[in-house]
Design a protein. Sequence first.
Length: 278
Amino acid sequence: MKSTKVMLRFAVVVAVVMLTFSCKKSDNNPNQNEADSFKKDALVESTFNEVAEIADQAWNSVAYQLKSTEGGTFLFSPCATITVDTVAMPHVMTIDFGTENCLCHDGKYRRGQIIVTFTGRYREPGTVKTRTFNEYYVNDNHVEGQSVVSNMGFNDDGFIYFTIAVEGTITFANGEGTWTWMSNHTKTWIEGYETFSWLDDVYLIEGNSSSTFLDGGTVSRQIILPLRRELTCHHFVSGSIEITRENRPTRLLDFGDGTCDNIATVTINGETHIIRLK
């Protein structure tokens, strides 16, 4: 079986939406348990977002032998390898972090494998990519499930776009149980399509998601204004999400005016609070 194996040393920017609430306590502010739930919920979301970007950048590093000079933002360490089987149909790409924890450049430890099957090239309309896991852990949290990405071709504005459906779970290493996650998003590639470098890529993300908390509560999210994802920034730079949890006031999370920073706001019952993203 013919395969290609390369060392993966490619930069990936991670969208981590960790909410830290530092406002004074009131009926409209989340209490500590709720704040912890939002943090874990954001951790689950960021973990699956990372998988998507890991897979995309891994494929680019193989297909185009791209290298980055931005060593400080590398997600991977040299212990991660990529193996691509282009004989099997659909093709299979395995991103292997090894059986022992591998310290990556984002400060997270990973082990296990991300397995991606794909029917064609990332840029080809009609290509479908399915991502699954084999004993994959991030900071000893066990990640399971799958995501399916479909290239839908060009929209009426001339931009290529993708649909992304995720169903997954994370079992926390500290004995706090299992967290479920489901999402359906549309990702539109609005800048950087003309080049093979990720540094100029910009996406707009729309759609919804839901998850189940450790206490059995559920939360749903609806993107109100498209989330702008610039891959040179660690966080969304603009856009907003309406967050709804049963028996709780609706929250509006806003990522700002386009500035690349770690500042966002959450509005609850008309009161707006500043939060910092991690």
